[in-house]
Design a protein around this ligand. Sequence first.
Ligand code: MV4
Length: 460
Amino acid sequence: MFKKILIANRGEVALRILRACQEMGIQTVMVYSQADADSKPVRLADASVCIGPAPSKDSYLNMQAIISAAEVCGVDAIHPGVGFLAENSQFAGMVEDHGIAFIGPKPEHIDLMGDKISAKDTVQRLGIPVVPGSDGEVVDLEDAQRLAEAIGYPVLIKAAAGGGGKGMKVAQSADKLEEAYRFARTEAKACFGNDQVYMEKYLGKPRHIEMQILADTFGNAIHLCERDCSIQRNHQKVWEEAPSPVITDVQRKELGEIVSKAISTLGYRGAGTIEFLYENGEFFFIEMNTRIQVEHPITEMITGVDIVREQIRIAAGEKLSLTQDDVKIRGHAIECRVNAEDPETFMPSPGLIENYHAPGGLGVRVDSHIYAGYRMPPHYDSLAAKLIIHADDREQCIARVRRAIDEYVITGIKTLLPLHRRLADAPTVISGDYDIHWLENWLKDDGDESQAAEDMKKVA
Ligand code: MV4
C-alpha cells in the first residue's frame, strides 16, 4: 500500500481524498495555489507545496509543477480528484513515466472515453445500449442530411471532443440541419480545437441516469447502482439522488450486469461512471467519465462503500474490498450542491464567510472545506459545500433535507440553500416525476409548478 499520496486538487474534493488517506494511514501532500494558502485541506495535510499563482492554468493545471512537487516530496501516488487534470491522459502518462502511480484509469482508457465517438463505438461493441445515430463521424453536410433522413428528426449534432453540452445543436427539421451542423462544428473547433461531430436521435424528455462502477486489476468489476442527476441547469448538476426514484430493482440489476461485464471485458481500472439518458423505459449511453464524480457521496451513503478508499486500493494493486453480492442498497440519499451563487441569478458570490454552522444529526453529511473566516476565492468553481442526506426512504430523506437546510447557517456570501429549500417543497421533486429540462422550466416560471407542468405537457 502507498505510504504517501499527493492530492492534485482543491476544495471539498481535496478534503474528501485527504480523509480517506488519513483513515488508511497514508501521509498526504497537498498542492495549492497562492489563492488557497488558507484552505482547510492545506491546513490538515501532512505537507503542502505551493505550486503557483491563483489562475488554474498556472497551478492546478500546471503538470510540471505538480510532478516536481511529487518528486521533491517523494510520493508514491497522485490522486487527481475531479476536474482539472483528472481526465488528462497526458498527465496520467507523465505521472506513470516518473514511476509514480496515477490513481485513476490507464491513459489509453482516458483517451478512449474522452473522444465521444470512440467511447460510443467501444461501449456499443461491449453490449451497452446507445442512442441511435451515426456510425462514427459525420464528415460533411451531405452525410449529415443522409443520416438525419435515416435517423428521423429531431436530431442532435454533437462534438466528438465535447462534453458538458458544448458543441451540441439540435435540428428539429431538415431545413434547420445545415445551420445546426455548421454551428456544432464551429463551436467544437473553437472550444476543443477539434471539429469532429457525430449525430444522434434527439431525445426530448429524458432523465440523466448514471451508473457507478469500480474495477480492479484482477478483472473484477462491480456496479454500485445508479444516481439520478436530472435536476440540473446549464449542464450544472444541482440536486442528485440515489437510487433513482423511477428505476426498478429489475432494471437496476439488468443494466448493472451489462455495464459490469462491459467494464471487465474492457480491462478498465479504477472508478468510473457510465452516463445514460433514460426515456420511455429505455437506457441510452451518452458518455463515460473516467474519474470520481462530485456526486459520489450519495452512492456511498446508500451502499456503505468508501469509493475513494477503493480507488486507492485498486491503484495500489489490491483487489476490490467487495463483490457484487456484497452490494446492497439501503435507504435513499440526496445531494444538494451548495454553490456560492445567488439563488435567483446564479451569479457567483465569492467573498468572506462571516458565520458558518453546518447541520448535523442522523443521516446528515456535509462535505465542505469552508469555515467562518474563510474567503471563497473567485478563481475556481463555486462549489462551497455538498449537503448529503440519507434516510430509510425517499420521503423521509426529503423531510431530512428540509430540516438540515433550515439548520444550515452560512452568512457573508449568497448560496443556493434557499433554492434547495424550495426544491424540497416542489411537488414535481416530491413526486420524482422530473426530467432534465424540468428545473430550467420551473425557474423560468419562477418556481410556479402549475405553469411549469403545463410547459412540460407542451413539449411532450
Ligand atoms: C443528448 C440529449 C438528448 N438527446 N443526446 C448534454 C451534454 C452531454 N452530457 C450530453 N447531453 C445531452 N445529450 C441526445 N441524443 C440531451 C442532452 C442534455 C443533457 C443530458 C444530460 C443531463 C443534462 C442535459 C442537459 C441538456 C441536454
